[in-house]
Ligand binder design. Sequence first.
Ligand code: FNR
Length: 378
Amino acid sequence: MTAVTCIADLQALARRRVPKMFYEYADTGSWTESTYHDNEAALQRQRLRQRVARNIDNRSLKTQLVGQDVTMPVALAPVGMTGMMHADGEILAAQAAEDFGVPYTLTTMSVCSIEDVAAHTTKPFWFQLYVMRDRGFSESLMKRALDANCSALVLTLDLQVLGQRHRDIKNGLSTPPKPTARVLADLLFKPRWCWHMLQTKRRDFGNIVGHVQGVADMTSLSEWTVSQFDPTLDWSSVEWVKKHWNRKLILKGINDVEDSKIAADLGADAIVVSNHGGRQLDGARASYEVLGGIVDAVGDKVEIHFDSGIRSGQDILKAIAMGAKGTFIGRSYIYGLGAMGKAGVTKTLEIMQKELDITMALCGETDIREAGRHNLVL
Ligand code: FNR
């Protein structure tokens, strides 16, 4: 095997090792995928200012995210069905993040449950909430996250209805996969994935199955999920969440200056400038293109995090220089996980850290907290 030196290498390995249905679930955007691709392109287009003859010894990437010490300004984003990219995926990713010193965010739609991830980690992780029509269930999820010692709640605001992803429909995406002839033929070429999956019992939505009445099998679960995301979710619902959550609150999915002002006024601890990695509103502006305007509008009122399109440490530096305090990575670590399990997530973080450190140095900076727009060609 040739050396893995960048995220694209992990992506290529994941494509070979993860069943097509799940690999494509990650590597896809909604409809024409224009926003999905534009997210990466917008970061690529940004040019950096090269500075020379400065003392760049003793560099530091350390900072804080919502008051928590981190080794670099990165958190692992919530990703549905992580446990289908690799057996026990959520536990492995959470452990890799903990070892590295960055936050892990567990999605509502995970395979491993909140309690399961808590039992296999030693430090608090973050929990991402989708608000469901059944508010009682959403309330119980928050209670479970509090009991599991989660230190922050990431409330996702941009998925009240699902942006259509053509490939998921064509592939008949389900958890666990249905044993059709096409799926079985594909699995023949994914022995590594099958081997690990046979060793685990965690193969359905761990936060939901067994916790919701009438949802015992997967057919009723998929119907339940589609019908459950709450289309009435509005800013007053955020107030409702705050009544049940007394720790750090992060509002995710802001892609518009007006929305960022409302979110900041609500008193969130942080907002995530994000378009869900181009998986929701196809045609929305690239996340990086709106970041600067949002920083200018509310950067003095609320901590700003950024995601959608980060594939390198250079991308992280660009977002931080534009004014974000932290970033989330989604597919970049999911590719690592699909490629090599826990070691692959660690590899993703190592690649990002090295690229971020060297790029920062070549821009003439020694402390990530000092990076700013002076590092960008604007
Ligand atoms: C996601 N994302 C997501 N977000 C969320 O709040 N809850 C979720 O369950 C999921 N599920 C999910 C699945 C997959 C396969 C992907 C790729 C993404 C969005 C995610 O948290 C993040 O916003 C994006 O992944 C960021 O874009 P990049 O880094 O993947 O380009």
